[in-house]
Design a protein around this ligand. Structure first.
Ligand SMILES: [Zn+2]
Ligand SMILES: [Zn+2]
Length: 254
């Protein structure tokens, strides 16, 4: 599979982008960075987006992606999220105040709404366009779920933002042919109390999570906070686990 990393940071400036991933050009995970790095034509090829949680750095571009879809002649965009996450998106974002609820508005180009929502029950696998999708709850400040994706015989795991967690690793360890795990390391080790308080990982706790993962696949640290990126990167390297990698904003072939 092809993984396009549009954003690998937990903050943004001119050279760093918020969390956003695109698989095989049509399935996105998180929407911090999608419209800002994709052409109108590339956006039209996105068929679905899985949202891990409603923090602004993971949804910034989602209203704009939906708005652009409204003007495009491709079919509706499907938004996947765990049920509790979807409830927060409906209540706090697509509420007619922050942004319209485009699932209720017919797009002139297609005669259908530009978006449809699909709430997922955590732990329950569904099949969509021949890929397996399983949302699995993680441990963050607010309701949040990562996702296990099975695509053409390969599996990939995204935790989204999380502190130390368990269930998603138990599931990961049972998956076949895992080609990558994308998790986070937001703060450097000297900010462990802040990471714990805000339910994030440091390279130290990233290393503890690695011990829970038994699959032999690269485990990427994403969501680094910009001022500490150098420290975080060297601390990830110092873990001395050959699976531990820093996620870069580039295209990966897995
Ligand atoms: Zn975040
Ligand atoms: Zn978050």
């Amino acid at each position: 599979m092809r993984l396009k990393v549009l954003g690998a940071y937990g903050a943004s400036d001119a050279e760093h982008n918020l969390t956003g991933y695109l698989i095989d050009d049509w399935f996105a995970v998180d929407a911090g960075t999608l419209t800002s790095k994709l052409s109108f034509a590339q956006q039209s090829r996105i068929q679905a987006v899985f949202i891990t949680h409603p923090h602004a750095d993971h949804i910034r571009d989602l209203p704009h992606l939906i708005h652009n879809r409204f003007a495009q002649s491709t079919g509706p965009l499907t938004i996947f999220a765990a049920r509790e996450v979807m409830e927060l998106l409906a209540r706090d974002v697509f509420n007619g105040c922050v942004w319209p609820d485009f699932s209720d508005i017919i797009a002139p180009a297609t005669g259908k709404p530009a978006v449809q929502y699909r709430s997922l029950t955590p732990g329950k696998r569904i099949v969509y366009n021949d890929i397996g999708i399983t949302a699995v709850g993680v441990d963050h400040q607010i309701p949040a779920a990562g996702v296990l994706l099975e695509i053409n015989g390969q599996s990939i795991v995204f935790t989204g933002d999380t502190g130390p967690t368990h269930e998603i690793w138990k599931r990961t360890n049972k998956m076949q042919n895992v080609v990558a795990v994308v998790t986070e390391a937001s703060f450097p080790n000297d900010q462990q109390p802040l990471a714990d308080e805000t339910a994030h990982l440091t390279p130290h706790t990233f290393g503890e999570e690695l011990k829970k993962i038994t699959v032999d696949a690269p485990v990427y640290a994403s969501h680094r906070k910009i001022p500490y990126e150098r420290d975080i990167e060297s601390q990830i390297r110092n873990l001395r686990d050959r699976r531990a990698r820093v996620l870069l904003e580039k295209n990966y072939t897995l």
